[in-house]
Design a protein around this ligand. Structure first.
Ligand code: F6R
Length: 263
């Protein structure tokens, strides 16, 4: 696990984007990117968008898979993840909407939503780089505490803390859906690279738990300790409970030139 501690949110976005772009360029035009919603990756998307606009990155042939979707929200609801991904990712990064996939959260098709999504990811050749945020309770995707560490895409019930955190996007907490369809932790682990971005003191406990705590379904993001290429990019407030912060900085200050990222 690679831990990058940045000064502030802006630097997290710059580093996250540089890492994703490095992988995307190495893979080539048909790169498959896993994308998260929420506020954490927005600065990463903004930096990737700047690269697309200045011509240093071309994602027009890329494929994208979102992590999750609420159950029961129409896809044209502004807070559906279909609409959110379209607004914050597809349009910003110049992706082809036909190659941007979001789980099907419609009630009618719920029973097969997970297996259909897994099949689509497989048909695309798997995810090359997965961008992740993290919930204050340690969830990644919407894999809430006690999610199976080998889970695949399926319906989950949102934790009360997650509904409260996401109520800021709705008129009231009662409008936040109770269920979601989310990629599983096993699905996320299958991505070839993972880049998790987190900012702010409200994420400090979760970051310390997933980086330095035991691998446990009580902090689902801790499953990333089992991933060969997981990069955790945090700002100083999100890093404040890490006991080995000085070591992570020392590692990065002393990387051999071939391992350094040009940010
Ligand atoms: C979003 C997702 C969630 C968020 C997490 C953090 O698709 O799967 O895991 O990444 O809830 O949300 P923010 O970034 O808004 O704090």
């Amino acid at each position: 696990m690679e831990v990058i501690i940045c000064q502030d949110e802006e630097a997290v976005g710059a580093y996250g984007a540089a890492k994703v772009a490095q992988i995307a360029r190495a893979v080539g035009p048909s790169v498959v990117i896993g994308v998260a919603t929420g506020s954490s990756p927005l600065s990463t998307y903004a930096n990737l968008a700047a690269m697309v606009h200045d011509g240093t990155l071309d994602l027009s042939d890329a494929t994208a898979f979102a992590l999750d979707e609420y159950v029961g929200l129409p896809i044209d609801h502004p807070q559906s993840y279909h609409a959110t991904i379209h607004r914050t990712v597809t349009e910003q990064l110049g992706l082809d909407p036909a190659r941007v996939h979001v789980p099907d959260g419609s009630l009618e098709n719920l029973q097969t939503a997970g297996e259909r999504y897994e099949a689509a990811i497989k048909a695309a050749g798997g995810v090359d780089v997965q961008i992740l945020g993290i919930g204050a309770n340690g969830h990644v995707g919407f894999n809430e505490p006690t999610s199976s560490l080998s889970s695949r895409t399926r319906m989950k019930t949102l934790a009360p803390r997650t509904r409260a955190d996401n109520a800021r996007y709705f008129d009231s907490i009662d409008d936040v859906p109770i269920h979601c369809v989310t990629q599983g932790l096993g699905t996320i682990l299958d991505a070839r690279h993972v880049v998790l971005v987190a900012t702010g003191a409200q994420k400090a406990n979760a970051i310390a738990a997933i980086v330095e705590g035991p691998v446990s379904s009580m902090f689902p993001g801790s499953v990333l300790q089992l991933h060969q290429y997981a990069t955790i990019v945090v700002d100083e407030p999100a890093a404040e409970l890490l006991t080995m912060g000085a070591y992570y900085k020392h590692v990065n200050d002393n990387l051999p030139a071939w391992q350094r990222l040009d940010v």
